[in-house]
Design a protein around this ligand. Structure first.
Ligand code: DGL
Length: 311
């Protein structure tokens, strides 16, 4: 097993995976926070959805993708930008790749709870909801508040097929969650595909945008923190600058698998740090490799969708 140590490891890419295009909601935040880094994004669309499979199936698919990435890129970080795959495989991965930077994602209940939300709907895949890891998360945050978990089979497909808006998407979403209108004051998007359906979800629940929480940004910060800690960020100063700004900020936004010690910053504070969107076509071409498990034209279509979702 290799460990992260030598300085030339800085140049290695950060590998990000999801069952499909959903992980782009994490990747785009990471790319904005770390514009000097190289990313490889793998979307396993041929096997999507993961959320209606068994834990064992998802674990096997994830570990296969990770082993392939290790062989081809030897990345400096593995990011499992999929709540479902994190639940199924991250623990095993930590045993298989000791010493490596491994980042998973979990539903962003913490920022919703920290913001004082009292009635929180958590949307996730059926597999995420039924796993022990999720139960433990619920337990941690259910004190004094109502947290309602809802498995959403069929929802990720709207993001996966690029149907992000429109009457059909609105109708599907409203049918799935409409009964919670007026009963919740926040919604947590516990699947990385759902941030792409943020508009329809907020509309269906009649909630404002700031009552919708996802873990993309928190996860991106966690990646930067881990790489900074081990001296693996390409731009060392980015870590220093982030630490300074974090100290000045107020609340940790988003959630990644492990809470980031010492990292506390409001999202609004961040946009003044990372500034403008750095994701242009030229930047994408130089900094992100998109890979997809779908063959031929279908794969090419999916990569076109990935590029669209980055913006
Ligand atoms: N994007 C994935 C997640 O975050 C799951 C979607 C799926 O494949 O079911 O859970």
């Amino acid at each position: 097993m290799q460990t992260v140590s030598s300085s030339n490891r800085k140049e290695a890419p950060i590998w990000v995976m999801d069952s499909g295009v959903g992980g782009i909601s994490v990747l785009r935040e990471a790319a904005r926070l770390m514009p000097d880094e190289q990313f490889v994004f793998f979307g396993d669309s041929v096997h999507a959805p993961y959320g209606t499979k068994t834990t064992e199936e998802v674990r096997e698919l994830t570990l296969e993708a990770v082993a392939d990435a290790e062989k081809r890129y030897h990345p400096k970080a593995f990011v499992i930008a999929c709540n479902t795959a994190t639940t199924a495989a991250v623990k095993v991965m930590r045993g298989l790749y000791p010493g490596r930077a491994i980042v998973g994602i979990e539903p962003a209940l913490k920022p919703a709870a920290d913001a004082g939300r009292r009635h929180i709907l958590v949307l996730a895949t059926p597999l995420t909801i039924k796993e022990e890891k999720f139960r433990a998360l619920l337990q941690r945050f259910s004190d004094g508040r109502e947290v309602i978990p809802l498995g959403c089979p069929g929802l990720m497909e709207y993001a996966e097929s690029g149907q992000l808006d429109g009457p059909e998407t609105d109708a599907f979403v409203a049918d799935m969650i409409g009964e919670y209108v007026g009963k919740v004051d926040a919604v947590v998007l516990g699947c990385t595909h759902y941030p792409f359906l943020r508009g329809p979800i907020a509309r269906a629940l009649k909630l404002s945008d700031d009552a919708v929480y996802d873990g993309g940004y928190g996860t991106a910060k966690h990646i930067r923190f881990l790489l900074g800690e081990t001296g693996l960020l390409r731009d060392d100063d980015a870590y220093e600058r982030a630490a300074l700004n974090d100290a000045a900020g107020s609340a940790f936004y988003g959630a990644s698998e492990a809470e980031v010690p010492g990292e506390r910053m409001a999202r609004s504070a961040c946009s003044t740090v990372s500034g403008e969107t750095l994701i242009t076509d030229a930047w994408l071409d130089n900094h992100v490799i998109f890979e997809n498990s779908l063959p031929g034209a279908a794969g090419a279509d999916r990569i076109a969708l990935c590029r669209r979702l980055m913006k």
